[in-house]
Design a binder for this molecule. Sequence first.
Ligand SMILES: [Zn+2]
Length: 705
Amino acid sequence: MAKPGTKAARLPELLAPAGSFEALTAAVAAGADAVYFGGKAFSARAGAENFDRDGLIRAIAYCREHGVKAHITANTLVLDRELSEWLSFGEFLWQAGADALICADLGAAAELARRLPEFPLHASTQAGVSDVGAADLAASLGFSRVVLSRELPLSDIRRISEEAKPETEIFLHGALCVSVSGQCLFSSLVGGRSGNRGRCAQPCRLPYESGYPLSLKDQCLAPFIPEILSSGVSSLKIEGRMRSPDYVYRVVSVYRRLLDEGRRAGRREMEELAACFSRSGFTSAYFTGADRGDMLGVRTGEDKAKTADTRSFPGEGTAARKENPVFPLRPLPATAGGPFTLPPARKGPRERRTSFCFTAPEQADAARPDASFGKCLSYLPVGAYLRAAGERGARPFGVSGVSLPAAFFEGEREELRRDLERAKLAGASRALVQSLGGLALARACGFEVDAGYRFNVTNTLTSQLLRRLGVREITLSPELTLPAARDVCRRVPASVVAYGRIPLMLLTRCLLRDAPGAGCAACESGRAQKAPYLLRDRTGALFPVLPEYRHRNLLLNSCPTYLGDRKKELSESQIDGAALLFFCESGETCASVLARYAAGEPLGGPVRRAGVRFAQTERAFDEKEKNRPERNRYGKSIRNRHGDLQHPPLRQGEGDPDPRAVRRGGRSARKPDPRGRRHGEDDARQNAGRQARLPSDPRRGRGGF
Ligand SMILES: [Zn+2]
């Protein structure tokens, strides 16, 4: 089933991380077929050393000299004002001889594909490709390879690799994010440091009241090499751009040996890998589809003791001294090199529009929007829609369509397709999609398609691309500030999230299964929907956990976003569309939120406003990285003997004493509620004022990266 010229008898590519030139030479010396690294901008690991333009030229030349492919990461989401720079960065990389560009921003990538049709583009795992439909759609946008979601089991990996048009890359070894990639806004909305922009503060590695329920062990697929070799996958990625050259050398060496010998790891190799880095062992539960009970882990003293002394590797230190060969620049085709300009602002009448995303039919019943909301659209999740339609024998009152889960896997696609067909027969005409896979599926089922706030739309190019693909309504990423949203809305009609506890994470491993007093019975019975389990962090902030599609969970923000009293500002910014999101609210609360929103009144209680000030927070972060002191406040070096940053000790209750952290993180607007608190359903709201704080020090909480 191999595609011509890509797979067949050849071994898949072993792809290694290179956070620095030293790590690059280590990867090459250990036998990597390809390496990936980022520039100073647009890299999803802004905390790694990364390369400036001269460094990139030198690193790419080093790879070419050694016959190793250089894949460059530019996989952050791009804002309108950055598009031009991003595109010229892509063209620079082409000229410098890069073998591929790894990107996540669909609109920017499609434009680069138009300019440089010969430049291979790889869809980053942030793009959330987890089924054949998404992979084929990515191919039609210009991607020659898709990096599959890390949560996929082998059966899905095999099927996508066999059936989809682009090559596939999977995640072989290294740290796992607990949230589906591209669906994590925790660090961004709570800490002001966007993971989608390469500045994750890793709140998943912090302690919560119930221990470390969000900290996953590192993935290790060394025991499954024969299965991987027969799966049709083209590339195997080792994660770790924040890890040391020594780590890279040793892990790559182990996998090189296993791949060449076509065998699974024995005890010796597993011990070797654990000695490089482990968090109480490894997991392969996503890949094998095994029980996910054993996936959690933190780095113990025993793990650290196992980490052996730094050993030198062949060629260490030589590369930096040696003069690298100079390769001629690759010429730009006629389609590239020109300036990039955004389309002119749109003209003509503007229309006020509001979309309502409900989770339960009672919410839709209770919410009766008046004329001030303009044109209204409302959605229920597919399952809830079908249940409501079945019970009532008709289309749920006032609901225009169904919302698709933000992530579904290849193995779930057929069932979801059947559900969508049934919903269509039961009167649903529109589908709100949150991913490439959802878009492909809803289009195939003949729905009118709208793109939701989890589609990560951050610029005009992506908005235009979606419109070309038939998408009607677009809700922008909740990470955008109003000025950034205005940049898009003046050219393409789009909405912003104006009310809702925005999901901070999408968890594939059900958090409720071992949560005290919850358990998976609560997800199945719907009890967890009505009275959500609350995850309490070390500052006391409470985050509701809501079951979603098939035991996936949404971790909701402790504090709702609200712009109902800022409607004038929205209108002045040419933002005519609003999305209102309802998760665990009762019908009564929905009605009251709508009433206040319509009247332009404050919500009552603390709320968070739109967006994350990237420029501000990123400058602060980058400054801190640059001026990072080498010693901590106790005078101890912050680096271990490998030269890596140390994991500082986490103490329960050790919060950020800086009171500005609240403003920075949650940007709470406290207004006394004149009517008093009326609804007892929101325990979380009572605690929402204690908006969670993430460490202001970028070193704190950064696991073992
Ligand atoms: Zn569950």
